[in-house]
Each structure stands twice: as C-alpha cells, then as structure tokens.
Design a protein around this ligand. Structure first.
Ligand code: AMP
Length: 280
C-alpha cells in the first residue's frame, strides 16, 4: 500500500494510471473504525484500485466545533487500511489542498437548509467543497459514502450528477455497535454514562418505526419522541424529523408518502451524534 502525504507526489503517481483502470475513492477524516472499513471493503471488491483519503477538512467545521480536538490516529489508520487491501492512501496537508486566499464559496439551496445543514451552518458547503476537490484530483469511477451521513450522501449524489463528474456515488449501510449505537469517530469523546445514554438515538428511531401506525403528523412524532426523551436526562435533542427519503422534503402528513426516513441528532455534553433509519 502506498501512502502519500504530499499532494504533488500523489498527482504525479495518479497521472501514470491508465484511464481504463477502475478507481474507487473512499473519502474519510481518519480515526477509522468498522464503519469506514465497510466502505473500503466494498471499494476493494468493486474496483482495481482503491484510494482512501484521510483529511480533517477545516472548511466543514464551524467556529465552535471540534476541529482542533478531532481524533487523529494516522498510524493505526494506515495499518487498518493495509489489512483491508486498500491500494493508496492520500493524507494531504491543509495548505496543499487550500490556497491561502480563497475567492470561492459554495452555496447549496434547499437540500442543505435542514437537518445537519441547518444545525451546522456552512458544514454541507464545506463537504461539497472538499469532495469536489477530491474528485478533481483523483478522478475516481466510483466513490463510497456511508448512509450514516444520509443528508451528505443525498447532496453528494446530486453534486455528482449536476456537475457531470462521471463519478458513481455508492451509499453503504450504517455499521453499528452490537447494542445499536452507530459507529462514529466521535464516540471516543463519550464518558461511560454518556455512552449508555447515546443509545437514545438508535432506540428512538426504532421506537418511531415500531409505533409508526399511530404517527400521522409531525406533531404526533414530536409528542411520541418527547415522552421517549424524558428517559434520557443527559441527552440534549438537536432535531428529530421524518422527511421524504429521496428529496429530504418536509411532510405535513405522513399518510400518503411512500418513502419516509427518520433523522435524529443529539448532544451528549459537547459531543454531537447523528443517526437515521428508513421508516417506510
Ligand atoms: P468521516 O470520517 O466521519 O468523514 O466519514 C467518512 C465516511 O465514512 C462517510 O461517508 C461516512 O458516512 C462513513 N461512515 C462513518 N461512520 C459510518 C458508519 N457507522 N457506518 C457506515 N459508514 C460510516
């Protein structure tokens, strides 16, 4: 496995790859776990060459977020990627990816004004920016994203199509701990008490699904989840929504919509976690 920490070395090597070779890209911010590993395994199975990027992208963090404390475990990540059969790793420096002065910013309309896009202003724009840069540097045939970040997946899928990138976007299922908690690099921040209460996210989604027959409107959803939330005193709810699964549109009533998807985000102390589940 080749590891590139300089973008110039990477692009030189990339230029040598014949166009016929199928390249799979797995973009990550490192601190890899079994969720990331599932994306890499899928890419290794599908493509002749799998490239994993490890880049804690500053433009997708807000001013009061955890950019400086985000877990960084490059050595362990490299060992894991070797064992998974990844071919190349690109872990570039920030000043090679972004020029000192920027004249551009992205604007995303309705898809990013809800869920995490609303709670974390500028986050989705930063994601779109870095993913566009990675597509331009790497020119993959396929790129793999986790459905754990469902809104991100939908936005990237639109991006790939709207800008004629020629990249096929593959969504991979959420990998969970045995008790249901979705794996996240941020789970390491949780105290043992917070870790227990973090089960609120997956359990609340399951609770919504099991009681779906009684939930007709967003108001019903809110009263069901408020009662459930009262059992988890450490949880500070950010949002809970059921939206149209394909276009993330708000629904006044859940009765005549075919594909519905539930989304939750909550804080445990300073740690913000997200999860989602297909309801119907
Ligand atoms: P991150 O390093 O958090 O930016 O995540 C990199 C990729 O891994 C994104 O496409 C995530 O959606 C995906 N990912 C993170 N956690 C999981 C998980 N538990 N299951 C599946 N994919 C995941």
């Amino acid at each position: 496995m080749k590891v590139f920490t300089r973008l110039s070395d990477f692009t030189e090597a990339r230029d040598q790859i014949p166009p016929s070779k199928s390249i799979g890209l797995v973009p990550t911010m490192g601190a890899l776990h079994a969720g990331h590993a599932s994306l890499v395994q899928r890419s290794v199975a599908d493509n002749e060459l799998t490239i994993v990027t490890i880049f804690v992208n500053p433009t997708q963090f807000g001013p009061n977020e955890d950019l400086s404390t985000y877990p960084r475990t490059l050595e362990a990540d490299i060992e894991l990627l070797k064992s998974l059969g990844a071919n190349w790793v690109l872990a570039p420096q920030v000043d090679e990816v972004y020029a000192k002065e920027s004249f551009f910013s992205f604007q995303i309309h309705s898809l990013a004004d809800r869920l995490c896009g609303a709670s974390r202003p500028g986050h989705m724009e930063g994601v779109v920016q870095v993913v566009s840069i990675l597509f331009n540097i790497i020119h993959p045939k396929k790129a793999y994203f986790g459905l754990k970040d469902y809104q991100q997946f939908i936005i990237i899928r639109h991006l790939a199509k709207a800008f004629h990138t020629g990249v096929e976007i593959i969504g991979c299922p959420i990998v969970r701990e045995s008790d249901g908690l979705a794996l996240s690099s941020r789970n390491v921040y949780l105290s043992s008490e917070a870790r227990e209460q973090a089960l609120f996210l997956s359990k609340c989604l399951q609770h919504i699904k099991s009681n779906w027959a009684e939930i007709k409107t967003p108001k019903d959803l809110r009263s069901l989840t408020d009662t459930f939330l009262s059992k988890f005193p450490l949880v500070k709810l950010d949002y809970i929504e059921v939206l149209d699964a394909d276009n993330l549109e708000y629904l006044d009533s859940f009765e005549n919509t075919k594909t519905m998807h539930a989304f939750v985000a909550a804080f445990l102390g300073k740690t913000r976690l997200i999860d989602n589940l297909r309801i119907q």
